[in-house]
Design a protein around this ligand. Sequence first.
Ligand SMILES: NC(=O)c1ccc[n+]([C@@H]2O[C@H](COP(=O)([O-])OP(=O)(O)OC[C@H]3O[C@@H](n4cnc5c(N)ncnc54)[C@H](OP(=O)(O)O)[C@@H]3O)[C@@H](O)[C@H]2O)c1
Length: 324
Amino acid sequence: MALHKDSYVLLNDGNRMPVIGYGTYAPQNVPKHLAEEGAKVAIDVGYRHIDSAFTYLNEAEVGRAINAKIADGTVKREDLFYTGKLWSSFHTPERVRQGFEKSLKDLQLDYMDLFIIHLPVEFKPEDNPFPVDENGKFLYHNTDLRDTWKAMEALKDEGLVKSIGVSNFNKRQLELILSMPGLKYKPVCNQVECHIYLNQSKLLEFCKSKDIVLVGYSVLGSSRDEQWIDQNSPVVLEDPVLNAIAKKLNRTPAQVAMRYLLQRGVVILAKSFTPARIQQNFQIFDFQLNAEEMKTLDGVNKNLRYLDLKQLADHPKYPFADDY
Ligand SMILES: NC(=O)c1ccc[n+]([C@@H]2O[C@H](COP(=O)([O-])OP(=O)(O)OC[C@H]3O[C@@H](n4cnc5c(N)ncnc54)[C@H](OP(=O)(O)O)[C@@H]3O)[C@@H](O)[C@H]2O)c1
């Protein structure tokens, strides 16, 4: 079926996820009110899927935007799909609910559509979300991910979340959950970095084979946050092959980069706080890439991961040392 602005994927628990989502992460120095204004523009433009997280420190603003757009009649709550994330200092089963409730309270919503484990890597369970020792080294913890998952299942059973999933998991970590004794709900998705330079073909194939949706983040090449990302890495939207195709089709590089992933069956998240770009990034349903253009774009893959989280590479559950 042709993709259109209201297209969704059917999740393995029967719920629906819109194929394009509005991302709200911005580097620390960006004022939080921009997330609120951006989310309102996004809903006005037609986005029905919104992604945030406890550590983006903007759930109060994003929730205000959602509630304002419900109050002014633009959307109903059931038309929207909100994703939140369990932060790494809340993996112990007794803290999962606490982590979830903090977010829900900030959002001023009654439920989340999707709640996902943000990272397989766990930090020490304490109030500081980024606990460090006297040398600035992160303090780790190591709960069995299957115990965290059981607590996630309980949130779904209570009706507090419609669907549960994971993020930044590698194949082995997905398999650990899928093969756990007494598994009640499979993860509906794995949200991972995905763009023309990291096209995730192996992980995508694996996820498809298990009926898990691959949700792609940083599809435009990320905001290149200085805190986390190598400033010398090549820039997705400046790629010459991408630009040549965009020029030929009279589209922008961002639109082609997003359309490429959609056509491969990836659900995409894109962030912008610039109203014209929020709109532009949603105009990707009135053109198509042909087989040759898709193949050409397959060819620019470099297995380049912007958010490699090298600072966490010595954690036993660091996800990015495996091939995929
Ligand atoms: N699960 C995870 O661990 C994880 C990690 C990273 C991201 N995410 C989620 O995924 C979302 C998207 O990823 P992301 O924020 O890393 O990056 P992204 O969406 O790939 O890129 C955002 C950057 O691209 C710029 N931009 C947006 N549209 C553009 C256009 N049409 N032309 C040129 N530049 C454009 C934005 O600038 P302006 O805002 O100035 O327009 C911003 O600097 C996040 O916001 C977050 O919700 C999840």
